[in-house]
Design a protein around this ligand. Structure first.
Ligand code: SF4
Ligand code: SF4
Length: 89
């Protein structure tokens, strides 16, 4: 599941030529447009959580499928990552 962005928290890093979240993504999936962050090709995101850790505003979290979250919850908590478990469809 791709990361989700909090519009309330993200300030668009206006002083940064390249925002921390854009710079850190190993696949260059993140980009800003008019102060908002978006993701190209969501399917390519492999939940590495680098962008989650790097955002100074704590505006990014991972949305995990329940089956993945159950396996990884401890790992994510240990590393201080924020995530939300999606509702089962
Ligand atoms: S690093 Fe965080 S605050 Fe800055 S543009 Fe990215 S999501 Fe927004
Ligand atoms: S979780 Fe990793 S791969 Fe996915 S957008 Fe963030 S930095 Fe890129």
């Amino acid at each position: 599941m791709p990361p989700r962005f909090s519009k309330e928290r993200c300030n668009g890093c206006p002083k940064a030529k390249v925002a921390p979240c854009e710079a850190i993504c190993p696949l260059n999936l993140l980009y800003r447009d008019r102060g908002e962050v978006f993701i190209y090709h969501e399917a390519f995101c492999y939940d590495c959580a680098a962008c989650v850790k790097k955002c100074p505003q704590k505006a990014i979290y991972l949305a995990l499928h329940p089956s993945v979250a159950l396996v990884n919850a401890e790992l994510f908590y240990d590393k201080g990552f924020k995530f939300k478990v999606l509702e089962e469809e």
